[in-house]
Write a protein that binds this ligand. Structure first.
Ligand SMILES: Nc1ncnc2c1ncn2[C@@H]1O[C@H](COP(=O)(O)OP(=O)(O)OP(=O)(O)O)[C@@H](O)[C@H]1O
Ligand SMILES: [Mg+2]
Ligand SMILES: [Mg+2]
Length: 515
């Protein structure tokens, strides 16, 4: 490998960030956007041969790509194979996107591969072949890392999607997966950006899809002679009682897809007999272990505030999920509802002196737990879809938010930060979007009040609308408000905060609440 630049991690991130701003300039001439350039870059990086040898599992879709990849990686690793995993986006540190044997790449390795690629491209690019865009650079870096580290299997999540996604530089993956197709941020079902790039003769698996989506998939598959199979969600029985490493009912869908992807890979390269998933009554032990230990930050993650000074830990608990589409809002709401109920039940049993779980549970879940929503989403999303989905699904499961907090995101899209960076606080921040979100929320509260038979909201009529929601100028202010509220509340109140709407928001919250 080339000599390592004597640069700090921050310098590498600054160089990486420069590719983000480059992108908009390149867009104007459109030169930097041609897909064929990816092959030029591979040549410049001497990666052509390595790419042909790489044993890739390629995963596209609208929802559940990252989770499917994480399960697949974990299964193969638990069979003793060396793995490389490339996912997006990252929450806190860009190194999360590159895992080797299940662990984020070390800073040292990251730096050495980063500068190797970056400097080489800087030297060899020109007017005709400009520096790659940010997303392409990350994919190229993943190829370099996985080739140099000689992983047995490379599991790649499609990033931007569509034909022009840099991961399509892999021309002959071993197998291709299509996770749930849903509405993208333009609220289009089956947008070209979530479709997989089927490759001639490469087997593909998908999950049960809405009719329209399945029709498009089957059409695409038959055009390319691709054998497309639909995998049913895993069942608890197949897992022989173990829980999946990622929480939420929808993960059984992703795990089912992961089992078929891993099986196909293992049947080809594993030198072992692996039965087809449909023939198994219980999954082999390595599969179960892989599925039970898979992890991915910011998806159905529960983190108690680690900075709060309080009587008992667990007075302020964050439930984080980066859902940002209508369907994922719904699965997120279901997960949150059952997670808080489960947590309150197990907490209440801890507080029991002599049995009688029923009455104690009532006390905890009814009076002393408050659910609060902490929300932001990008302005391309439609809050009139997201917020009602979230609120109604929770309400149907008996969870009613006491208050909703709306905040701007802190991390900025044009700068790649580190865990050590606290995102910037902009005093001139424009909050008009957050007020729009608040208005949507308030109108939901109002229409509920109109419909409610009284019981639920009786006695609150005098409250000003701001009692149900609040806009904060920054995330730290919102977190401070939550901590203060815990201190001011009666000693047995637990605050359970659902953080959702944006993975960036989830990442920002994690930076502020974890030591
Ligand atoms: N099968 C599914 N069906 C519906 N929603 C899902 C499914 N799997 C995951 N989700 C939701 O989508 C969120 C993101 O999950 P994941 O990271 O696995 O998907 P992704 O396709 O990689 O998303 P992104 O577009 O953010 O890269 C989860 O937090 C969850 O709320
Ligand atoms: Mg997406
Ligand atoms: Mg993802």
């Amino acid at each position: 490998m080339a000599a390592r630049g004597d640069s700090s991690y921050e310098e590498a991130l600054a160089a990486l960030s420069s590719l983000i701003t480059k992108r908009s300039r390149a867009d104007k001439s459109n030169k930097g956007d041609r897909f064929e350039l990816v092959f030029d870059y591979l040549k410049l990086l001497d990666l052509e041969e390595d790419m042909l040898k790489m044993k890739v599992i390629h995963v596209a879709g609208t929802k559940g790509k990252g989770s499917t990849c994480a399960f697949t990686e974990s299964i193969l690793r638990n069979h003793g194979f060396r793995t490389g995993l490339f996912t997006s986006p990252h929450l806190i540190d860009v190194r999360e996107r590159f895992r080797l044997d299940g662990v984020d790449i070390s800073e040292e390795k990251f730096l050495s591969y980063f500068w190797w690629c970056y400097n080489r491209l800087k030297e060899r690019t020109n007017e005709e072949i400009p520096m790659p865009t940010y997303f392409r650079f990350l994919a190229l870096l993943a190829f370099k890392i996985f080739a140099a580290e000689e992983v047995d299997a490379a599991i790649l999540e499609v990033g931007l999607g569509g034909k022009f996604d840099a991961t399509n530089a892999v021309q002959k993956p071993v197998v291709c997966g299509v996770s749930s197709l849903g509405y993208d941020h333009m609220e289009i079902l089956v947008s070209s950006s979530s479709l997989p790039i089927f490759q001639l003769g490469v087997p593909a698996f998908t999950v049960p899809q809405p009719d329209e989506a399945m029709r498009v998939l089957e059409e695409k598959a038959s055009e390319l002679d691709v054998n497309l199979e639909v995998m049913q969600p895993l069942t608890a029985r197949l897992l022989s009682g173990q829980k999946l490493g990622l929480d939420g009912d929808h993960q059984y869908v992703n795990a089912g897809l992961a089992v078929s992807l891993a099986t196909t890979w293992l049947q080809k390269f594993g030198n072992l007999e692996v039965p087809s998933p449909t023939q198994m009554s219980i999954l082999p032990q390595q599969f179960v272990r892989g599925l039970a230990t898979a992890s991915l930050q910011g998806r159905a993650q529960v983190v108690p505030d680690q900075f709060i000074e309080s009587r008992t830990s667990g007075d302020l608990v964050f439930y984080l999920d980066g859902a940002h589409s209508p369907e994922s809002m719904e699965v997120c709401a279901k997960w949150f509802s059952s997670a808080v109920k489960g947590d309150n039940q197990s907490e209440s049993s801890k507080h029991l002196v002599n049995g009688s779980a029923g009455s104690s549970h009532e006390k905890w879940s009814g009076e002393t737990c408050q659910q609060i929503l902490l929300f932001n989403c990008m302005s391309v999303r439609d809050p009139n879809l997201l917020l009602p989905h979230l609120r109604n699904t929770c309400a149907n499961h008996g969870i009613h938010f006491k208050k909703a907090l709306f905040v701007p995101n802190m991390s900025v899209y044009h700068k790649v930060g580190t865990a050590a960076d606290l995102p910037e606080n902009d005093p001139h921040v424009d909050l008009s979007w957050q007020f729009t979100l608040q208005k949507v929320w308030e109108s939901l509260v109002k229409s509920d009040k109109g419909n409610a038979e009284g019981e639920e909201y009786r006695g609150k009529d005098g409250e000003s609308s701001s009692g149900n929601s609040e806009v904060f100028t920054s995330l730290p202010m919102a977190i401070k408000w939550l901590r203060d509220s815990v201190h001011e509340s009666s000693s047995s109140t637990r605050f359970q905060v659902l953080v959702t709407g944006s993975l960036h928001l989830v990442g920002d919250v994690l930076r502020l609440i974890r030591k």
